[in-house]
Design a binder for this molecule. Sequence first.
Ligand code: NAD
Length: 281
Amino acid sequence: MSKVTVVGSGVMGKGIAYAFAISGYKVHVHDINHAILESAKKEIHALLGGSFEKGFLTEEIYQSAKDNLVFEPDLQTAAAGAELVVEAVLERMDVKLEVFKQLDQICPPETVLATNTSTMSPTEIGAQTSRPEKVIAMHFFNPVHKMKLIEVIRGLETSEETVNFIHKTAAKINKKTVEVNEFPGFVTSRMNCLIGNEAMNLLMEGVASAKDIDHAMKLGLNHPMGPLELADLVGLDTRLRNMEYLHAALGEKYRPCPLLVKYVKAGRLGKKSGRGFYEYN
Ligand code: NAD
């Protein structure tokens, strides 16, 4: 059985671990924060249970997925012998570089190291390792169990073999892929961050309420979710980091909305903290 390691068990790591576990992979999940790792275990098990009860998973898949998941506080143990490591730690280049340096030392040379970054350069990350040809961005979408796409971004040195491996792996976990040339924000984050930021500017300027902005985008422009609801789901701290990176890389158009900055300062991080543009129980 192939082993996949997921590093970071926050919003995305949980979903990525779930997707691999229901597809027959042995999944080792790691987080630097033990409390977050414990709650990830509870939440993934609850998601598995809910999917089984609703008939989305057979009993066999539900049981094997639970058996295949290991929650491991030690990175060395979690990553040893993995075929693929997917990094889903917070969107900060310094943190990602440190994680990849460690993974490069722990994992055998054949292990592919993928980052789930929304905006950043797999070339820069790969350059910190002795295997840049095995480093790639594998950008999942939130919530992972519902979203079909993985954006695949090759770094300057990423090999064809690695790109093909990621396409094949994506198919095994029932996802579709698009391939994108490396550029800050790729396709999806570059566009989505701008739409979300403009929605926040509209709210800040008093043009419409959060609810009406989201309704307008859903009912008028056929977006499945409103941009403010979506920002809450992503996490406003994560979205702010995305905007800051894009602002530095691409210029003024991506300056983060001051309201977003203020919300993050106040600890209003969206759904994960219970309050963002909306309130959650
Ligand atoms: P999050 O803040 O929910 O989770 C990040 C986790 O990383 C935390 O649990 C934290 O404890 C852990 N972590 C931090 N440093 C670590 C380290 N050195 N080793 C191990 N774990 C560490 O963030 P998220 O929303 O899950 O985002 C993770 C990545 O996925 C980011 O790069 C983000 O841009 C990207 N992404 C996010 C979304 C989204 O909708 N939230 C969508 C696509 C991609």
